[in-house]
Design a protein around this ligand. Structure first.
Ligand SMILES: Cc1cc2nc3c(=O)[nH]c(=O)nc-3n(C[C@H](O)[C@H](O)[C@H](O)COP(=O)(O)OP(=O)(O)OC[C@H]3O[C@@H](n4cnc5c(N)ncnc54)[C@H](O)[C@@H]3O)c2cc1C
Length: 319
């Protein structure tokens, strides 16, 4: 039976990252022996949750070395574990730490790392988008082990109620692998919900004309409540807002109940990060803007006129 591993990022408080739960949920359908690897403070504690989502075994180490030093120790531990247990497939979430680790592991094992995956129908195949998200293709996976990186939010996490046994990871990490030290952690101060978890996302593009107008989006999000502000790459690249707000192929993926796009043209690279929203509302002054092709409700008009009117209306209705 195929041995499938999920690399799980964990918090020092012992919580598994949501991406690990998403991937485990999908991996249950692949019909193999499903295990997880969790490295760093909180790993052993997180094993319970990983078990609830389908891992039967969690290879865990709470050693600080995995959080104090970037990627190299974790890649080495995974490499050694691969040699001992020969997993057929390892699934990673496409996000900072996992990305660094998967790349280094690929260099050590010599197997190809398949990135930007949106689905994995079986252990030999991955689905990914090409041509800026316009075409979905099946890719045949190769390598020992096969290494796959999956976009967050590709699957909805669902617990299965299982229990995992914990196998301690014992790998000695040489000083050679302690080159990149994490000196500080900075959590971006944010008042509202996280962008990728918010039920409502109000998003702005170049059509907002200037950075100061993003303040109107903040006001709208505040008036709606439980809403977050997002942006296109065009405005991130122009330095209007931080990268953390970027939605799309090279940003994050959101799947809110409602996505409201102000002055966004609807380039495929942006759509790939938000087209899973349940309802899409677009405001654009160009009636031929591509965003209208996927919008449930389109308003042809000036975003800078619609926004203040909408803020006022929402405030009025909320009383
Ligand atoms: C490899 C690659 C990766 C990329 N990754 C991403 C990504 O992750 N996310 C992303 O967003 N983009 C990404 N892009 C960029 C993408 O191709 C587009 O350039 C970008 O999404 C456009 O942003 P925009 O809609 O803000 O700007 P524009 O395309 O310039 O559109 C501005 C829109 O605003 C409208 N407008 C102007 N004035 C007003 C007004 N007053 N009121 C209402 N509407 C108005 C215009 O009609 C226009 O439709 C990527 C590109 C490449 C090549």
């Amino acid at each position: 039976m195929a041995k499938i591993w999920v690399f799980a990022e964990v918090t020092p408080e012992g919580k598994a990252d949501t991406t690990a739960l998403e991937i485990l949920t999908k991996a249950r359908s692949l019909g193999g022996e499903l295990e997880a690897v969790a490295l760093g403070p909180g790993a052993t504690q997180a094993a319970k949750e990983l078990g609830e989502y389908g891992a039967t075994t969690v290879h865990a180490s709470d050693d600080d070395v995995y959080s104090d030093y970037v990627a190299q120790p974790a890649a080495q531990a995974l490499y050694q574990l691969c040699r001992e247990h020969s997993p057929e497939l390892i699934l990673f979430a496409q996000q900072y730490d996992s990305r660094d680790i998967a790349g280094r592991l690929s260099a050590k094992t010599g197997s190809t790392l398949m990135t930007n995956v949106m689905d994995i129908p079986d252990t030999n195949t991955a689905k990914t988008a090409i041509f800026g998200g316009t075409t979905i293709v099946d890719v045949a996976l190769e390598g020992e082990p096969k290494l796959v990186m999956i976009r967050p939010k590709s699957f909805a996490p669902e617990a299965s109620g299982g229990e995992a046994s914990v196998v301690p990871v014992e790998v000695s990490i040489s000083d050679e692998l302690k080159k990149a030290k994490r000196v500080e952690r900075h959590e971006e101060a944010a008042s509202g919900p996280k962008l990728d978890e918010a039920p409502v996302v109000v998003s702005g593009g170049r059509g907002l004309q200037e950075p100061g107008n993003f303040e109107l989006l903040e006001q709208l999000a505040g008036a709606i409540g439980n809403a977050a502000v997002g942006a296109t790459r065009a405005v991130v690249d122009s330095g209007w807002v931080p990268y953390a707000l970027q939605i799309g192929q090279t940003g994050i993926t959101v799947k809110p109940s409602v996505y409201i796009a102000f002055g966004i043209s609807g380039a495929t690279q942006h759509l790939v990060g938000m087209k899973g929203a349940k309802k899409i509302v677009a405001i654009n002054k160009d009636e031929d803007a591509p965003i209208f092709q996927i919008a449930d409700l389109g308003v042809v008009g000036d975003a800078l006129k619609v926004l203040p009117a909408l803020i006022e209306e929402v405030k009025k209705r909320k009383g």
